[in-house]
Design a protein around this ligand. Structure first.
Ligand code: HEM
Length: 681
């Protein structure tokens, strides 16, 4: 076992001892320095303090969750004669969920900081994990192990809780298996368990930074199925409940996990601590905003009115707001007093002390959060929606007219957040260039703003509302996402702006700029950015989404499917426009000649038209179950609407052909002009 690793493990897995007897055995077998040496004693005391801190955090969380649920009667035994979960399940589920959320956060925090905040070891290849980064990724494999155990416990106890059976009862495993394979909640928890297994395996074996980065992404992904469970699944506005909780969980995991990782690895980070703390502080600031906004939105969707704040659920929400206030204060103190003095004497101790208190408050807040998710909200499950409104999460719109198409709306918080973040980043980056005296063409900014607004209109405006109740509306929305939004965003050259506005990291660590360069140089992007591949991608997406895969029906019935389809159309559209237009390539490979790109654009257009004509000739109604659920059963009008969708696709196909036509005509008129214009300015 390498010296760096042993030291890393010895010093930092102390807290993990909280989670696994194996780690505590490791601690005993690997003393630091000769017995009784000041370093050995110092290290021993530090380990004890660390174990104490993490034990304290878990204890605070468990005491809070059990205390609250006991107080609200959620842990009470079912009335005699009535079936219900036994004490093991009643107490085990909230405790397992709390440990789950804590270990999930720690795993995410360790991986995110190891990959995006810590500098590589001197004299080692920056792409390889070594020293501190390796110790952090290995520590993440230990916490991922604890996460896995608690995730399995959550799945087992959830089944027992809902089925009202004991985990020891005969046939429980069959019940568990059928629950995990046939019930949405069971499937979501099972998918999360499988993702955690992959994270644990990857963090145990990975030796490259890029692999650890994928593990961090997978760990965040493993949190998302949880947003589909709990109250989000039954609430009135299911779509936004799930999205806001998903954003909330991501913000919490990076924020709480990052601080836990900092404290766990403070000694190993050594002289790197100040730089890593500063990078974490920026991240924590954004997480604070994300957690606050998503938490308030989520709470509002369940409370529905301010008067509901007097309910048990409302009071718990107020408790969380107070805890957030405390954490905000700690964050402000870090920024104004502690971090500026971090390099000075006593600075480190001041940081560790405040961060330790903060971690305990975060532990208690996590306990409060689980108690909240186990308490009945005053709204949602009690408000009954009927027919289409229950399915859509919003009232069924009147027949589509130009006016209703432009005026109807149902805000999609997820894509609204994406558009707002993209717009905010772009304007700040362009401003930074301007402040540096560098020019940035205003037309690019206008194009980007228009692209973000188009995204909001297509995902929250009339296109989104009618995209759920009519095939032609769905086609119009998705072609808008695939063609209009990318056609506005790509010419705004965001890659060029990012590479010019973000400063490179001075110490070899991986920041946003370095991550972008890695992606731009990567083989997958070289392939996907090739216009020949891009043409196949955009055609394949269109065909596979509507035909042969069931993706269309899946995207209509499930929130996950809906989000994935929107993301797929946006992404393939963006990649194709990026390849066809040949601008904003940065260091990525050149995308073929303008002639080849125009030709491919034309062919793609032809294909869209052919696809449209196929739909216009179709006799089979696509996603018929969905329309039936909405009460739309008249086959003739469904087919008529589907054929209208076909006309829209055909018309969309003529757009590129039009561009091709204009280009050829212009070329004829001004031969030699075209090549110049699309060259990289
Ligand atoms: C403005 C402050 C906050 C509000 C209004 C808020 C609101 C919420 C709401 C409504 C939920 C969903 C509960 C349910 O399923 O019914 C939730 C979940 C959660 N919140 Fe917050 N929150 C806030 C701050 C925080 C903070 C500061 C943390 C952690 C430090 C946190 C951690 C969590 C966690 C871990 C969950 C998921 C619990 C689970 O189901 O496992 N929240 N929050």
């Amino acid at each position: 076992m390498s010296e760096t690793l042993r030291v890393g493990i010895g010093e930092d897995v102390a807290a993990a001892a909280v989670a696994t007897p194996a780690a505590s055995r490791l601690l005993r077998q690997n003393p630091i320095g000769p017995p009784g040496s000041p370093r050995q004693v110092g290290a021993g005391q530090a380990k004890a303090r660390l174990v104490g801190l993490f034990a304290g955090m878990v204890a605070a969380a468990v005491v809070v969750v059990v205390g609250i649920l006991a107080g609200t009667g959620e842990l009470a035994a079912p009335p005699p004669g009535l079936p219900g979960p036994d004490p093991l399940v009643r107490f085990g589920l909230p405790v397992a969920r709390t440990v789950h959320d804590l270990t999930a956060s720690l795993t995410v925090g360790l991986l995110v900081l190891a990959v995006w905040a810590v500098a590589p070891e001197p004299r080692t290849a920056p792409t390889r994990l070594a020293g501190v980064r390796l110790a952090m990724v290995r520590a993440a494999s230990v916490s991922a192990g604890a996460w896995l155990m608690s995730a399995v416990a959550v799945l087992v106890f959830t089944v027992a809780d809902i089925a009202g059976v004991s985990v020891r009862s005969a046939g429980f495993l069959e019940v568990l298996a059928s629950f995990a394979s046939t019930v949405d909640l069971g499937r979501a928890l099972w998918v999360s368990v499988l993702l955690v297994i992959v994270v644990a395996a990857v963090t145990t074996m990975s030796s490259r930074v890029v692999t650890a980065a994928w593990a961090a992404g997978l760990a965040l992904l493993a949190l998302l199925p949880l947003a589909l469970t709990g109250h989000a699944s039954g609430s009135t506005d299911h779509q936004n409940s799930v999205s806001s909780l998903a954003l909330h969980l991501i913000g919490v995991a990076v924020w709480v996990g990052g601080l836990g990782a900092l404290l766990l690895m403070a000694r190993t980070l050594g002289s790197q601590l100040p730089a890593v703390v500063r990078r974490y502080s920026t991240l924590a600031g954004w997480c604070f905003v994300l957690v606050t906004l998503s938490g308030l939105v989520n709470a509002w969707l369940r409370l529905g009115s301010l008067s509901a704040l007097t309910s048990v659920y409302g009071l718990l929400v107020l408790g969380k707001i107070a805890a957030l206030g405390l954490l905000g204060l700690a964050g402000w103190r870090h920024r104004t007093a502690v971090i500026p003095r971090l390099d000075g004497s006593g600075g480190r101790r001041a940081f560790l002390r405040l961060a330790g208190v903060e971690l305990l408050v975060m532990g208690a807040t996590m306990g409060l959060a689980v108690a909240l998710s186990r308490s009945a909200p005053p709204l949602g499950e009690h408000v009954v929606q009927h027919g289409g409104e229950a399915l859509l999460g919003f009232p069924v719109p009147p027949p589509m007219t130009a006016v209703t198409y432009l005026t109807k709306s149902h805000v999609d918080l997820l894509w609204l957040s994406v558009a707002a973040a993209a717009l905010g980043w772009y304007l700040l980056a362009a401003l930074r260039l301007r402040r540096r005296g560098e020019s940035w063409a205003p037309l690019r900014t206008v194009s980007w703003v228009a692209g973000c607004l188009a995204l909001v209109f297509l995902t929250s405006g009339g296109p989104a509302v009618y995209g759920r109740v009519s095939f032609s509306g769905h086609m119009l929305q998705h072609l808008g996402l695939m063609i209009v939004v990318p056609l506005l965003l790509v010419p705004a050259e965001p890659i060029k702006l990012a590479l010019r506005s973000i400063a490179p990291r001075p110490d070899g660590s991986v920041g946003v700029r370095e991550t972008l360069l890695t992606v731009l140089h990567s083989r997958p992007l070289r392939v996907l950015g090739d216009p020949i591949v891009a043409a196949q991608l955009i055609i394949g997406t269109l065909v596979a989404s509507y035909y042969y895969t069931g993706a269309f029906t899946f995207s209509m019935f499930t929130h996950t499917g809906h989000v994935l389809m929107t993301a797929l159309f946006l992404l393939t559209g963006y990649l194709s426009m990026w390849a066809f237009l040949g601008v904003d390539r940065g260091p990525a490979s050149r995308p073929g000649t303008p002639r080849l790109r125009l030709l491919l654009l034309g062919l793609t257009g032809l294909f869209f038209a052919a696809f449209g004509f196929t739909l216009m000739g179709s006799e089979t109604v696509l996603a018929i179950d969905w329309w039936a659920q909405l009460g739309l059963v008249d086959q003739a009008s469904l087919l008529h609407d589907q054929q209208a969708g076909g006309k829209i696709a055909a018309a969309a196909g003529f757009l590129p052909l039009l561009v091709l036509g204009i280009a050829v005509a212009t070329r004829r008129a001004h031969s030699g002009v075209l090549a110049g214009t699309v060259q990289h300015r």
